[in-house]
Design a protein around this ligand. Structure first.
Ligand SMILES: *Cc1c(COP(=O)(O)O)cnc(C)c1O
Length: 367
């Protein structure tokens, strides 16, 4: 029995992804053991924050880094940094300070909801959101005409949640930022490449520690020393409500240090999904295929297309029934309305794809 079953909760089979509602990631033994040791002793937190920043810098090819409680906190803190710089008075007034530039320009198709609204995270940092362009179309002029002396930063959201068509590419946003001498923040929460966006010229980039890195609940911002100084200062202000723990910083350090060597071979995961598809294919009304991640990451998911007239159950009903079963099985159901469910191989433990197959057969078979 796992720890959650011991307190009376259901076991969860996660075939969905790194999801906050399912506890995001599981960490490896090395990370867990290091976090245990971190929890059982004292440390000078300021020094640990700075040291973690140096490790972040090393792995992102930047000058400095600032650990955070997650990427959402990273957005709030980096936004606040562009508004307050290192002025303690402003830091202590945020999010309600009005005496400095505080408008954050974001493309309309980037105003996403990742489980909470990015606009709200910007507001937490004291930013006034200025949406530029339209949900499906943004021109360079839309951004440039939104810039005023009150503009504090541009924010770019690199995510599968963002509208993928009709938005300005990051390169153009960076060009605009440079011409107008405005900092540009990238929210790259779930991205796997820790160096790309800084290399392209972003001033600050925000990552989640629990997503691609498979670390504990944590995150970080990376960028120039001056910006990181301003980010760290927020722990005397709004950052206190998103305090990053000593064990999270240690877990994040170990996750960063072992990131490249830990990455699982996508071919092995693909192989597993092909096997799963071959079994499900035999069920009347189900057709399958392998699909690469919509944002182009090397993730290969099983696509399960359900013809409800033959299976007697629609995709969304099947997904809900699997969640209610014991163990609870979570498939990726963003496309359930069009009859499609996906199995994400990354969060599955050894042989759990068999439990997924059994669960589907049990429900469709009427058992
Ligand atoms: C997940 C996500 C976040 C929030 O990350 P946390 O680490 O859970 O705080 C922010 N932005 C985007 C684009 C995300 O996908």
């Amino acid at each position: 029995m796992n720890i959650y079953e011991q307190i009376g909760l259901k076991k969860v089979i996660n075939a969905c992804g790194k999801m906050t509602p399912l506890g995001i990631s599981v960490v490896n033994d090395l990370i867990a053991e290091s976090m245990k040791q971190a929890l059982q002793d004292f440390v000078e937190i300021d020094t640990l924050i700075r040291h973690t920043g140096k490790i972040i810098a090393k792995h992102t090819d930047t000058e400095d880094g600032c650990p955070t409680m997650g990427a959402a906190a990273g957005v709030a803190i980096s936004v606040a940094a562009t508004i307050s710089k290192t002025n303690l008075h402003v830091v202590e007034q945020l999010p309600f300070f009005e005496g400095t530039a505080n408008e954050i320009i974001i493309q309309k198709g980037h105003t996403i909801h990742f489980g909470a609204s990015i606009k709200q995270m910007i507001a937490l940092g004291g930013g006034h959101v200025v949406e530029a362009g339209y949900a499906n179309r943004v021109y360079r002029e839309h951004i440039e005409q939104s810039i005023t002396p009150n503009t504090s930063a541009l924010l770019y959201v690199k995510s599968h949640h963002s509208v993928q068509k009709g938005m300005l590419p990051l390169e153009v946003m960076i060009d605009i930022a440079k011409i107008h001498n405005i900092p540009l923040i990238v929210d790259a929460a779930a991205e796997e490449d820790l160096k790309k966006y800084i290399k392209l010229g972003a001033d600050m980039v925000v990552y989640s520690g629990g997503k691609a890195l498979s670390g504990p609940t944590s995150g970080f911002i990376c960028g120039k020393k001056e910006w990181m100084e301003a980010c760290r200062m927020q722990y005397k202000g709004i950052g206190r409500a998103m305090k990053v723990s000593k064990e999270a910083m240690i877990g994040l350090i170990i996750a960063l240090e072992s990131y490249e060597s830990q990455s699982v071979d996508p071919d092995i995961q693909k192989e597993k999904m092909i096997k799963l598809c071959n079994v499900l294919e035999t069920i009347p009304g189900i057709t399958t295929g392998i699909e690469q991640d919509e944002a182009g990451r090397p993730i290969y998911r099983a696509r399960i297309q359900i013809d409800a007239t033959k299976t007697g159950i629609a995709a969304n009903e099947l997904s809900e029934a699997l969640k209610k079963s014991n163990p609870a099985i979570y498939l990726r159901d963003y496309n359930a309305a069009s009859g499609v469910l996906h199995v994400d191989p990354r969060p599955l433990f050894e042989s759990q794809e068999d439990i997924v197959v059994d669960g589907i057969i049990r429900i469709i078979g009427g058992g």
